[in-house]
Design a protein around this ligand. Structure first.
Ligand code: SAH
Length: 365
């Protein structure tokens, strides 16, 4: 697979200069746009090792060796949007579409609870079939049935009123990646009508309502530069989210970006380390996309500062159809049923899976 490092690599910075930036980041939790750009573009394997050691220490200081797990329920792959990178975009006629009933979703939760999950993430395309009434009913029933669990939604851009209604029905958290901060870059990844400004406005609304908010971006998405990533870091600093999900862009064969190079695990891991130092108490997942491009991506993510994994809890018969990108993992240790095996892998690197809601310690509500 072709890969995109987001920049050309002949601008390495000297180790001493990079170390100075990383040390200052660890102390002051911020850098300027120019410093971010220089550090990201000029990174070297030696600097990455230095960064990961610091990021691990910070992660252990706040979260010990615990790994929080979330049960991911991909409840619909119908989507009204047409994002150029995404395999479930509405123009993809080859996608095998499905949506889960309330009963199916509840049975995923029930199974997940037995396995030890205390957070359920409902993720899907923007699917109008789930009207506010239906969605509220689903959320309220999960909330009533498993009051000790957190409910996370990841269902895209909605009105402030809908976000509020779901929050009042019992949703605690919301994941909405900003994808890329820069308006021009955003417009190269999305059709007209979808804007960076609106996506960011949604995030501010979610925060104001009181959700624990997760945002994030794809690493190595087409046309991305080191400056774009610098802007992403500055945006994260400003939003100060409870969680940040990042993963490499991976092409999907039935999208306009089919021929674009994938992002790298190397840059994704470097960005994970930087985020851990910038927002020490943030929840940071080692994502499925990272696990997809690197066999030991989960472990490497944890060792770069991540502290969350999100195994797949969707019904087995639909799992293979939530294809955001090619070769997306959904079996093996990616499956919620394989928690024991995932647990062993985490223990092998000195960490342990926690049975808890795993709330963020970044308590800036
Ligand atoms: N509809 C919801 C959920 C989107 S899918 C929403 O709008 O938030 C979750 C995430 O998968 C996206 O935010 C995007 O960052 C990521 N994703 C989509 N296509 C991808 C691809 N081809 N490669 C890597 N990540 C992708």
């Amino acid at each position: 697979m072709k890969t995109n490092n987001s920049e050309n690599r002949d601008r390495n910075i000297p180790f001493s200069k990079g170390k100075e930036l990383i040390d200052r980041l660890a102390q002051e939790h911020s850098l300027t746009r120019e410093e971010w750009t220089a550090l990201i573009r000029g990174r070297t394997p030696e600097l990455a090792e230095y960064l990961f050691e610091k990021a691990r220490a910070v992660r252990i200081r706040h979260y010990g060796h615990d790994i929080y797990i979330r049960g991911l329920i991909e409840f619909t792959n119908y989507c009204r949007n047409d994002c150029y990178y995404c395999g479930i975009r509405k123009s993809n006629r080859n996608a095998v579409r499905y949506r889960l009933t309330k009963e199916q979703i509840l049975s995923c939760c029930s199974k997940g609870y037995r396995l030890g999950f205390r957070t359920f993430v409902l993720q899907g395309g923007e699917d109008g079939w789930y009207t506010p009434e239906r969605m509220t009913d689903i959320i309220a029933e999960i909330h009533a049935s498993w009051p000790d669990c957190a409910i996370t939604l990841s269902i895209g851009e909605l009105s402030r009123a809908e976000y509020l209604q779901y929050f009042e029905a019992g949703a605690d958290r919301f994941l909405l990646r900003h994808e890329t901060f820069d308006a021009d870059h955003y417009s190269r990844l999305h059709p007209p009508g979808l804007t960076a400004a609106h996506r960011q406005k949604c995030l501010w609304n979610l925060k104001e309502i009181g959700y624990q908010v997760g945002t994030g971006f794809m690493v190595g998405s087409p046309y991305q530069t080191a400056e774009n990533l610098a802007d992403d870091m500055l945006f994260l600093r400003k939003l100060n989210p409870h969680m940040v999900g990042i993963g490499p862009f991976i092409p999907h064969h039935d999208t306009p970006f089919a021929g674009k190079p994938a992002g790298t695990a190397e840059l994704t891991l470097f960005m994970l380390g930087l985020i851990r130092l910038m927002i020490p108490r943030v929840l940071l997942p080692a994502t499925t996309a990272l696990g997809t491009i690197l066999p030991d991506g989960r472990e490497r993510g944890i060792l770069a500062g991540a502290n969350v994994v999100m195994p797949n809890l969707s019904p087995e018969q639909v799992r293979g159809n939530y294809l955001l990108y090619d070769n997306k993992l959904c079996t093996g240790d990616e499956a919620a049923e394989s928690l024991q095996s995932l647990s062993r892998r985490m223990e092998a690197i000195g960490y342990r899976i926690a049975v808890s809601r795993g709330d963020s310690l970044n308590t800036d509500f």
